[in-house]
Each structure stands twice: as C-alpha cells, then as structure tokens.
Design a protein around this ligand. Structure first.
Ligand code: NAP
Length: 257
C-alpha cells in the first residue's frame, strides 16, 4: 500500500457549497463529498435541497442542508456561524449560486440588474467575509467562486451576468491578496457551456447548441460532473499553492478557434 498521502483527500474537512440543489453546485458537492468532506449544501428551495441531500447521502456522503438566500448577507453569515458551531471549523466555501437575466439592452431595468449583481457578485463578498473569520483562526481555508467564460468572452443580452462574473474574477484576486498571509487561498472556476437548468433556454435553441459545439475543441457541451475535479483540486491540499487564479473549464472554447 502507498504511504504517500493522497493530496485530494478531504477527510475531516467541512465545505459549504451554495447553489447546490442541482447543476454545477450539486456536482461540486458530490466531488468533495466522495473525497471525504462533510458537505453543507445550500439553495433557497428547501424541498429541492432535501432531495439533493438524500441523493448525496445515498451515495455515502456526509451531507447537511442550509436553506437560505445568498443575497441576504445577515442570514448567510448566521448560516456560516452555525456550521462552525456544529463542526468546530469551516475549510471550504464554494460560492456558486448564480442566475442570469437575458434581455436586449433597451429592456433592462434596475431590478433586473440588481438581482443578478446581488446574487452573483455582492453575495460572494459577504459569504467570503463570514467564512474567512473561522478560516483565519484555523490558519487555513479555501474560497472558491464560480465565474464564467462569459466574463472573458462577452455575449450580448446577458449584460449584468457578464459584469458580475468579470467582477467576481477581480474579487478573486483582491481576496487572494488580502487573505494569503492568513493561509487562505481564493480562486475561481470559469465554466464554459454546461447542460444545466440555467441553460434551458440555450439548450432549446438548436442553432445555439450547434454553434457552441462547432466552436468547442472537444465538440460537445460539458456535463455537470466534469466541473467536480477542478473544484476538488482547488479545495484540497492539491491546490495549496494556487491562489488568485481563474481556472477555465470549457472544452477548449476560449483557447481555440
Ligand atoms: N451551466 C453553465 O453552463 C454555467 C456556465 C458558466 C457559469 N455557470 C455558473 O455556475 C453556477 C451554477 O450554475 P448552474 O448552471 O448549476 O445553475 P442552476 O442549475 O440554475 O442551479 C442554480 C443553483 O443556485 C441556487 N440559487 C439560485 N439563486 C440563489 C440564491 N439567491 N440563494 C441561494 N441559492 C440560489 C438554485 O436553487 P434555488 O433556485 O432553489 O435557490 C440552484 O441550486 C452559477 O453561478 C452560474 O452562473 C454556469
């Protein structure tokens, strides 16, 4: 038997994953849980969260739920405190909850802009603020955000989404700079096009589906479980010397032509 410790082993670690009742967040929770972490999964809809937790537990994962809206920073901070009270630690925050609004520029209103910016960007700062307090006491922790390749390659109609994800990539770097001396890493994952509920309108547009396939080096859309590996790498000891980075997982759409 090998005596070299597995750098991806998450035994004894506690991770909060937001937006984890389905899609990419669920896949990330599953990857961390299979590696041995206790995962606390979050979303707003308690019923969906319970169903997701049941699936993870059936797969042998230690899983708890925390239903809250990430845009309510006081409630989010209280949820982080509760995890620390229950487990004595918090090792990983995956701030993944996000949404999109699609409309031509002329149809945008302030509420449309605010809901996207508050969910995708503002909430990440306050979740990181809450999570970094126990991490500082521990002298270690991993903050991981889900950005998007649309923050790199803009696309029309999703203005607030592109702005929020670009902002989140910047926040990744400023938090990495400030928290590095406390032993806390901050990175983000920029997915390309994945088959999730967020993309139902795109997936039902045959021409758009084909356009993505044609432009992607691997000639297909991503499957949610294909995001889990990079999240595990960043969350585990394997990622201990990576900070301030945005890692693209997109089948080659931004790297090739
Ligand atoms: N799918 C892609 O191709 C893709 C590409 C690039 C980036 N991303 C990013 O990846 C992340 C996950 O996307 P996805 O495709 O997995 O989306 P999804 O299938 O729509 O899942 C979104 C999750 O977030 C939760 N959520 C939404 N608003 C929330 C809030 N205010 N508070 C707490 N939870 C909230 C949803 O549950 P409730 O509605 O019950 O709260 C759900 O669990 C997002 O940040 C998205 O921008 C996705």
């Amino acid at each position: 038997m090998s005596t070299v410790p597995n750098p991806f082993d998450m035994t004894g670690k506690v991770a909060l994953v937001t937006g984890a009742s389905r899609g990419l967040g669920f896949a990330i929770a599953s990857a961390l849980g299979h590696a041995g972490a206790t995962v606390v999964i979050n979303a707003r809809t308690a019923e969906n969260l319970t169903a997701a937790a049941t699936k993870l537990r059936e797969a042998g994962i230690r899983c708890e739920t925390a239903a809250f809206d990430v845009t309510d920073s006081a409630v989010a901070s209280a949820a982080v405190d509760r995890i620390v009270q229950d487990h004595g630690r918090l090792d990983v925050l995956i701030a993944n909850a996000g949404l999109v609004n699609r409309a031509p520029l002329g149809e945008w209103t302030e509420p449309h802009w605010d809901v996207v910016l508050n969910t995708n960007l503002r909430s990440a700062l306050f979740l990181a603020q809450a999570a970094s307090a126990p991490m500082k006491r521990q002298g270690s922790g991993k903050l991981i955000f889900t950005t998007s390749i649309t923050g790199i390659q803009g696309r029309g109609t999703i203005h607030a989404y592109v702005a929020s994800k670009s902002g989140l990539a910047g926040l990744t770097r400023s938090l990495a700079a400030e928290l590095g001396p406390s032993g806390i890493n901050c990175n983000s994952i920029a997915p390309g096009y994945f088959e999730t509920e967020l993309n139902i309108p795109l997936l039902s547009d045959e021409a758009f589906v084909k356009r993505v396939i044609d432009r992607t080096a691997l000639k297909r859309w991503g499957k949610p479980e294909e995001i889990g590996g990079v999240a595990l790498m960043l969350a585990s000891r394997a990622g201990d010397y990576i900070t301030g980075q945005q890692i693209v997982v997109d089948g080659g759409i931004t790297g090739t032509m």
